[in-house]
Design a protein around this ligand. Structure first.
Ligand code: NAD
Length: 344
């Protein structure tokens, strides 16, 4: 056995009702002029965060959009500078956290994340930015949230359809962590437990979206998925999701949902340990169990259904293998094209 275990220094606060502690967390960090960022749709939640922060809140900036477009990131950074912000609280899904990360990276202020989806971004030092349809991602310790507050009560309003695609986004992190070249004994345990929790909780959430226990279990699975994503190398699945999502402006979580069974079917024969771990976690053949679940839940299962323009597949398949992803089975551009066609 040979491995390198990386630290994950974020403080994680988990439990129903703990959103109320966001002010205490900001006080612990000794921050006095915090900018709250969120998406326009979560503005009311941003206001609740501002109330909890009291006079430590400088302003609410509810301008986040998906995939962190460059101009949206730059405007957020400019606003934080104008305000003289000394901290940032991001409340909402991965889009809100993504804008918070842009602010943290460019201004150096600490980030507190209050995720309301299962995207997992809050646990990672990974930032993203989209310029002219090309999404760039990178790692930078400045964007890793100092504190993450997980409150399942904030997730009961997440519509079932979004819950499903977001949970599969999380599942994709766990699956890739299992076959990552730098997986460790700890990340394998986390990823397998994450996959188990997500597959167990997702149908319960879909059946009863306000069931707090089911929501807590799903958020727990998403936390573990994000924790693994933070310290392992992303493979083909994330490469394809980013290339398609950025290149065709497709919804991030929906793209993950459509691609995951295809990438698993392509990869698992070359990744026997991951395959066995997933079979145990899912209680059956991993691709079959996932595909059946997605069909039962009415999840998006085709790229065509997401509005993908197949005339771009040549360019995007080239982009997806340049440079080749770190993956148990490295595809050619033609193989990626075939995978896109199968998913279309
Ligand atoms: P999102 O943040 O856009 O949220 C999806 C939708 O759900 C939005 O309309 C939002 O307003 C709504 N919503 C969020 N929480 C809600 C709630 N509790 N109740 C009702 N509605 C709610 O999407 P997402 O899938 O969470 O995140 C996608 C973004 O995150 C992408 O830009 C992706 O690239 C990024 N991401 C980054 C990382 C990373 O490590 N850097 C990891 C995963 C995702």
């Amino acid at each position: 056995m040979r491995f390198t275990e990386l630290p994950r220094p974020s403080r994680v606060v988990f439990g129903p009702g703990r959103f109320a502690e966001v002010g205490d967390e900001v006080a612990r960090l000794d921050r006095h002029r915090v900018v709250v960022v969120t998406t326009p749709g979560r503005k009311a939640l941003g206001e609740r965060a501002a109330d909890a922060l009291g006079d430590r809140c400088a302003a609410i900036h509810a301008e986040a959009v998906e995939h962190v477009p460059g101009e949206v990131a730059d405007a957020g950074v400019a606003r934080a500078r104008e305000l003289g912000a000394d901290g940032c609280v991001a409340v909402g899904g991965g889009s809100a956290v993504g804008l918070g990360k842009a602010i943290a990276r460019d201004t150096g202020v600490p980030l507190v994340a209050v995720p309301t989806t299962y995207s997992g971004s809050e646990m990672t030092p990974v930032w993203g930015r989209t310029e002219a349809g090309v999404k760039t991602t990178g790692r930078d310790e400045r964007v890793r949230p100092a504190v993450v507050v997980y409150d399942p009560e904030l997730t009961t309003s997440l519509p079932v359809a979004t819950s499903v695609t977001s949970a599969v986004n999380a599942l994709a992190h766990a699956v890739e962590a299992l076959w990552a070249p730098d997986a460790t004994p700890v990340t394998r345990l986390e990823a397998a437990e994450s996959a188990r929790a997500i597959i167990d909780a997702l149908p319960r959430v879909a059946a009863a979206p306000e069931d707090l226990d089911a929501r807590a279990d799903l958020l727990y699975g998403a936390w573990l998925a994000g924790a693994g994503l933070a310290v392992t190398t992303m493979g083909l699945h994330h490469r394809l999701a980013h290339v398609l999502g950025g290149g065709l402006d497709l919804p991030h979580a929906g793209t993950h949902t459509v691609l995951l069974p295809h990438v698993m079917a392509y990869t698992l024969p070359a990744a026997p340990e991951a395959s066995a771990a997933l079979a145990r976690a899912f209680g059956g053949d991993p691709v079959e169990v996932l595909s059946d679940l997605l069909a039962t839940l009415g999840a998006p299962i085709t790229l065509g259904g997401l509005g993908a323009d197949a005339s771009q597949f040549d360019t995007l398949a080239e982009r997806a293998v340049t440079p080749p992803p770190t993956h148990p089975r490295v595809p050619t551009a033609d193989e990626v094209h075939a995978l896109f066609d199968a998913a279309l």
